[in-house]
Ligand binder design. Structure first.
Ligand code: IPE
Ligand code: IPE
Ligand code: MG
Length: 238
């Protein structure tokens, strides 16, 4: 039996790409492009609330982004911190819980501290969950899960033959969060860039040419509309 696709995805994940290209078009620095992207995050949060999205994951910094120029990375981290400080109140007002996925320990100390504080302060909220993927890599996440699982086997808590897909899912960074139903990528690139590799196995993909700093409510709603017209088959026929 094929399941009818619910019109509204429960979990939307976004690869927020194109800040640099937008900045170049405007004759601005790449950092100005990243700063402009913060406005798009605001727009998507508003649209998510309006549409009724329960989980929203934003790919903000990949495990591979460390190869970028030092000043761009420093600027991005600073932006993240400013954004969190400036917008924490919105999470409280809307009862949204903040979560972080990725190898957090590599992030600068002040960012880590701020993230931990906001995560703790919002942990009981149930109106929605905002997941930030920071220093996130899908392969790194699977490697980290494998390490946890092999340790459990070593300690005799798990037998190798019992290890199944559920075991892997349960050892990812946020095992309680359902897999994304819809993955949106801005700026036209047709690739996944190491994002949610395990969790995206049956996600619907939506790529738009709109550059991230120009992404607004109407673009988000277009993606949701496209999703509503998809037919998820999960391997079945029809
Ligand atoms: C996405 O925009 C933001 C991050 C990866 C941090 P980019 O900075 O990748 O923008 P383009 O791809 O160079 O246009
Ligand atoms: C993906 O964008 C990562 C984020 C949006 C944070 P990139 O710009 O890093 O991806 P590639 O390098 O074009 O694949
Ligand atoms: Mg890019």
């Amino acid at each position: 039996m094929t399941k009818k696709t619910p019109t509204i995805p429960k979990h939307v994940a976004i690869i927020m790409d194109g800040n640099g290209r937008w900045a170049r078009q405007q004759g601005l620095s790449r950092l100005k492009g990243h700063a402009a992207g913060a406005e798009s995050v605001q727009a998507v949060l508003r649209a998510s609330k309006e549409v009724g999205i329960q989980y929203l994951t934003l790919y903000a910094f990949s495990a591979e982004n460390w190869v970028r120029p030092k000043d761009e990375i420093a600027g991005l981290m600073k932006l993240l911190q400013t954004y969190l400080s400036g917008h924490e109140h919105q999470l409280h007002e809307n009862k949204i819980c903040l979560r972080v996925i990725g190898r957090q320990e590599k992030l600068p100390q002040p960012v880590l501290k701020k993230l931990a504080q906001v995560e703790a302060a919002t942990s009981n909220y149930k109106e929605g969950t905002l997941i930030l993927a920071l220093n996130y890599g899908g392969r790194a996440e699977i490697v980290d899960a494998v390490r946890k699982i092999t340790n459990q086997v070593k300690q005799g808590k798990l037998s190798p033959n019992e290890t199944d897909e559920k075991t892997v899912s349960n050892n990812l960074y946020a095992p309680d969060i359902p897999d994304p139903d819809l993955i949106i990528r801005t700026s036209g690139e047709m690739r996944i860039s190491n994002f949610l590799l395990w969790q995206s196995s049956y996600a619907e993909l939506y790529v738009t040419d709109v550059l991230w700093p120009e992404f607004r409510e109407q673009h988000f709603k277009q993606a949701i509309e496209a999703y509503a017209n998809r037919h998820r088959r999960y391997g079945d026929i029809q």
